[in-house]
Design a protein around this ligand. Structure first.
Ligand code: ATP
Length: 384
């Protein structure tokens, strides 16, 4: 139907990018990108007419995305791009498939499969991505590639790790030449790339590559990727499995930063309210380390320190800590103290004659602290 529709609009239609690469590598693709030499929004709307798939239109780049039962389909108009300055978004012009493939990040991502009726299934590979794919090599299409878009540097590290490909010597030299431009892409684009890294099976290996090349220094100043980080990321995955919340990784990345570096990490990535809150909680825990290292703390005291933090901050602090006493205190809170509640509720206190208002909360908190410290064991104790 897509090929017929494209023909009726006198346009050529192609599958491009990751899907072509993954199919040639016999891997399952994550999403599908189509390029059409016509208005993609009109084509996409005609193609999906009568279906209930959710679509999103992006007018700036003239493309349409659809969610096909969890599989993402992107339809874009074939275009050429000119970058006005390093790190800036490109100016977009009309282009054929060859120009469209030339704007892509790596040769292995710059191949297309025609879906047009006259040459359906033919590979379009003007930049010889197939040779790179066969040799397990990653290379850019032209020497200005990383200057045009420094976010491609992180993409290079990510694909190299995911596919087990080597970055070609020329591309590696360009990457090192241009990595100082990474800050120009701004917080939102850098965060997007870092979060793509965090979605990979073993993000720590990508951070190691970033450390080794120097990319990490220009992206997340102060963050260290080494044996410690590798061990902690792996431990976190043992606890959470593959559904590990990315905030845990964020906290582990920030674990060895000083206050100023941690603040710069937040400014540099702008990770949203929840993650920023967790990173703040993590720092608060670090400041309370001398207390958390103690044994025999009064339970209500431990409770007061830990209850203020989001759970993920506590759990990351647990993982990051190499001190068994800290771990013991956090486990005590998670497994026991956080489940303890006074028998009496606000309504009981009102029934006992207390005036409704903030004082009720204060009394309930005091009851809780006494109960945590073992000074109240029954409802009758609490009423007394
Ligand atoms: P993944 O499996 O990670 O989704 P993908 O190749 O599908 O891999 P996307 O980020 O979905 O990656 O991008 C789709 C295609 O768009 C890429 O294959 C590449 O051709 C192109 N592309 C994406 N980002 C860039 C970029 N920053 N510069 C140039 N081309 C890019």
């Amino acid at each position: 139907a897509a090929a017929e529709l494209a023909a009726s609009q006198e346009a050529s239609l192609y599958l491009v990018g990751g899907l072509v690469r993954d199919c040639l590598l016999d891997k399952t693709p994550k999403d599908a990108d189509l390029v059409i030499t016509a208005n993609a929004i009109r084509f996409g709307q005609d193609l999906l007419q009568g279906t209930s798939y959710k679509t999103t239109l992006h007018h700036r780049f003239g493309n349409l995305s659809a969610d096909i039962n969890g599989f993402k389909l992107d339809i874009t108009t074939a275009r050429s791009e000119v970058y006005p300055a390093p790190g800036k978004l490109p100016e977009v012009g009309a282009g054929d498939i060859k120009a469209d493939l030339f704007r892509r990040d790596f040769k292995i991502n710059a191949m297309a499969i025609s879906l047009s009726q006259q040459n359906s299934g033919c590979l379009v590979d003007p930049y010889d991505g197939l040779t790179d794919l066969k040799q397990g090599k990653l290379s850019v299409l032209h020497p200005k590639s990383f200057q045009d878009d420094p976010s491609r540097i992180w993409r290079a590290l990510r694909y190299s790790e995911r596919l087990g490909f080597d970055i070609s010597a020329e591309t590696l030299a360009l990457l090192k030449r241009d990595m100082q431009l990474i800050p120009l892409i701004g917080a939102d684009r850098l965060r997007y790339e870092i979060e793509c890294v965090l979605e990979e099976a073993k993000p720590e290996n990508i951070f190691l590559k970033a450390e080794e090349t120097g990319v990490l220094r220009y992206s997340l100043p102060g963050v260290k990727a080494d044996g410690w980080l590798v061990g902690k990321f792996a431990e976190a995955r043992k606890i959470y499995g593959t559904c590990i919340p990315r905030v845990i990784y964020y906290c582990l990345l920030s674990a060895r930063l000083n206050k100023l570096q941690a603040e710069n990490l937040v400014t540099g990535l702008n990770p949203g309210k929840y993650i920023t809150g967790c990173l703040g909680d993590y720092r608060y825990l670090a400041e309370n380390l001398p207390e958390l290292e103690k044994t025999g703390l009064r339970p209500s005291h431990l409770y007061k320190i830990l209850v203020k933090c989001r759970k993920e901050a506590r759990q990351s602090f647990y993982i990051a800590s190499d001190n068994p006493l800290v771990r013991q205190n956090i486990s005590l809170f998670e497994e026991e103290l956080s489940n303890i509640k006074p028998h009496l509720k606000g309504a009981d206190l009102i029934a006992l004659g207390f005036t409704p208002g903030p004082a009720i909360q204060t009394i309930l908190r005091e009851l809780l602290f006494l109960k945590l410290d073992g000074q109240l064991t029954s409802r009758a104790d609490e009423i007394d």
